[in-house]
Design a protein around this ligand. Structure first.
Ligand code: FES
Ligand code: FES
Length: 480
């Protein structure tokens, strides 16, 4: 067990102690390191000015992924490589990504540029194609306030799928440097009134949970960190679940896909996209790459927000959630996990272990739709999810769930009943839409009025019908 955080910063070893464990990576860089290339724009994971790249050991090498430094806590760097914009150039030779930004006039104000450079560096290391879709997605988490995207996209085209021999030469020594970091097992930090634990076994995690039932559990931190950066709250005790190997597992069998609570969206996306394309589309939209590289589906569930984007789709798919404590394990239908506003069935000594999603029958119709004011990375006003089985023109099974319509993500039981056993026709859909009023009495807030929510919830069901009747309509997701 150690109370010191060890990582490589641009290749140089660092061992840090004496800082509050909820110090963000961005604060550390700009404060202790005086490395001010990484900027703060929003401090909530929206703008990308703070983008840095994590190098995480995988097999013989390192995997490079962009994250938001403003909402990552320093202990999350333990055992990893942190690359910042200061670490890309070698001597006077700019990195090819930096060269491309210069040559394409991609840098204007300079405030967003380091974040764009780091996002592009991760994009290049990923070996992705120079397609507009890939580039736009790689850059969706970086905002340029002076609308200079065209030259930045042009810079991305230049570096996409281009080898980076200079960095390839550095890579082995970076991997060796990470391997040489002191590994003393679990992290246990106590500093400035805050305590932070990062156990590396499930047993120790469960023991810590039992000993500290009021602790905040940390997975990706994309929501938890906002308590620190936006609400300026001190978090007395934080227990990270991300170092427990069992919780990072993603297991596919012939019946279901089971995703560990600490697996990131990025890790889960390929299989989710393969079996549930509509859910894959939702994930690509719910957060930037930086967010998806840190955030977890387990966190989105445990967070129990009524407007979380994953629960409606997962409920419609019949997902179950595995809960575990030192005393044992149990499994709940996901809809039974949510009790009231931000209130779940999780007992004080329990953690969310995984979510299990049954694989769809070949004839199942599944869609999940999100309505928000912006396409990328916005919070839903309403989210609707539908899994229907239609045989010989009749609905034989219906599971429907909505987010943003109640205090919890919730099934639409009356609406389902209005469909089951009926012909899948426009008239049936109209009756089901009317039944939504029996299922939900939504609130008005600044995202949407109650009337709007009611109307759009019905329109989404109608959209499902239109898409099923006209399969050429675009799959999936739409904005206002
Ligand atoms: Fe805006 Fe971090 S400062 S995403
Ligand atoms: Fe930085 Fe536009 S170039 S905000």
């Amino acid at each position: 067990m150690t109370d010191r955080i060890s990582f490589l910063l641009n290749g140089a070893p660092r061992t840090v102690s004496g800082l509050a464990p909820t110090t963000t990576v961005l604060e550390y860089l700009r404060g202790a390191e005086r490395a001010c290339g990484t900027k703060e724009g929003c401090a909530e994971g929206d703008c990308g000015a703070c983008t840095v790249v994590l190098g995480e050991p995988t097999g013989d090498g390192l995997r490079y992924r962009a994250i938001n430094g403003c909402i990552a806590f320093l202990p999350q760097l333990d055992g990893k490589l942190l690359l910042t914009v200061e670490g890309l150039a070698e001597g006077n030779a700019l990195h090819p990504v930096q060269d491309a930004m210069v040559e394409c006039d991609g840098s204007q104000c300079g405030f967003c540029t380091p974040g764009f450079v780091m996002a592009l560096f991760a994009f290049q290391q990923g070996g992705e194609p120079a397609s507009d879709d890939a580039i736009h997605e790689a850059l969706a988490g970086n905002l340029c306030r002076c609308t200079g995207y065209r030259p930045i996209v042009e810079a991305a085209r230049r570096v996409a799928a281009v080898r980076d021999p200079g960095f390839e030469l550095r890579a082995p020594s970076l991997r060796a440097g990470v391997a040489a970091l002191p590994h003393d097992g679990d992290l246990a930090i106590e500093q400035g009134g805050g305590r932070f634990f990062a156990p590396t076994s499930l047993d120790r995690l469960l023991a810590l949970r039992a000993a500290h039932p009021d602790a905040h559990l940390l997975a990706g931190g994309t929501d938890l960190a906002l308590l620190v950066t936006k609400e300026y709250r001190a978090l007395d005790i934080v227990i990270a679940v991300t170092q427990v190997p069992e919780l990072a597992r993603i297991v596919l069998d012939d019946k279901a896909l089971t995703i560990g609570a600490a697996a990131t969206y990025t890790d889960a996306l390929p299989l989710l996209e393969r079996f549930f394309p509509s859910l894959g589309l939702m994930i690509r939209r719910l957060g930037s790459r930086q967010i998806r590289n840190a955030g977890t589906i387990g966190g989105n569930i445990a967070n129990a927000s009524p407007i979380g984007d994953m629960p409606p789709g997962l409920i419609a798919l019949g997902a179950t959630v595995a809960l575990r404590s030192a005393a044992g394990a149990r499994e709940l239908a996901l809809e039974d996990f949510f009790l009231d506003y931000r209130k779940t069935a999780l007992r004080p000594d329990e953690i969310v272990e995984s979510v299990r999603i049954p694989l769809p029958a070949p004839d199942a119709l599944f869609r999940t739709y999100k309505i928000a004011k912006r396409w990328d990375q916005d919070i839903s006003a309403v989210c609707g999810a539908y899994r229907l089985t239609i045989a010989d023109g009749r609905v034989t099974e219906a599971r429907i769930a909505y987010g943003g319509m109640a205090a919890t993500p919730k099934r639409a039981a009356r609406t389902e009943q209005a469909l089951i056993g009926r012909a899948w026709t426009e008239a049936t859909v109209a009756q089901a839409i009317a039944a939504l009023a029996d299922d939900f009495a939504p609130l008005s807030d600044w995202r949407a009025s109650a009337d709007y929510r009611r109307k759009v919830a019905g329109n989404l069901l109608r959209r499902l019908w239109l898409e099923s009747a006209q399969p050429t309509l675009t799959l999936g997701v739409m904005a206002l």
